[in-house]
Design a protein around this ligand. Sequence first.
Ligand SMILES: [Fe+2]
Ligand SMILES: [Fe+2]
Length: 224
Amino acid sequence: MTRGAVTAEALVAELDERNQAVLARLAPDATLVPEVSGHLTVANLLKVALKNEIEATEIAARWLVTTDDVEVKMAFARQAGDEARHYRMIAERLAELGVDLGGFNPLANGYGPLFAYLDSLTGTVERVAAGQFTREAIAVVKNRQFIEFCERVGDRETAALYRDTIEPDERYHHELGRRLLLRFAGSAEAQAAAAAAARRTLALAEELQQKALATVGIHHAPGC
Ligand SMILES: [Fe+2]
Ligand SMILES: [Fe+2]
């Protein structure tokens, strides 16, 4: 079904609303006590975070070299730098927690399905709708849950790392996506592409969440 173009502002507001509706489902009820057992430790969740950060770094880097638009290029460059910095800070935190990362390769099992999907996108409006506006909105919610988890298990330093540094960066990446969507999502065609990319990203995030829940009981893996 095609429809006429609305304003870019209206489109962004609509995507925002849809994101929030799905993200509310991703967020477990705050009153539920998560299953803190076996695999669910700060260290293991930080290892999942390393994979997310390296994937986010690489997607932004791949996209920065395949656009000629200076504003878009620099938005992806900024994001790639931030995600690489998150990777380093998380690795340092793991070292402080006594985790030896020698021989640990977060990509040992390959890239994930969200990476594969994002990597397949070629248009700027789809990329910013999926990789920045939507993925980073998901990250903000997941990081908030992870911060609560860290506090519940008494790891104030990891909570502070996320609250003071990582989460504000992810929020900024989401805002970069918003700014670029306002610029690029003017036509009906661009709006349809943006909406489809956002929808697919949310669906993948939900699937991944359910899979993580089913396999290792992960509710709070931090995002990017
Ligand atoms: Fe990140
Ligand atoms: Fe990010």
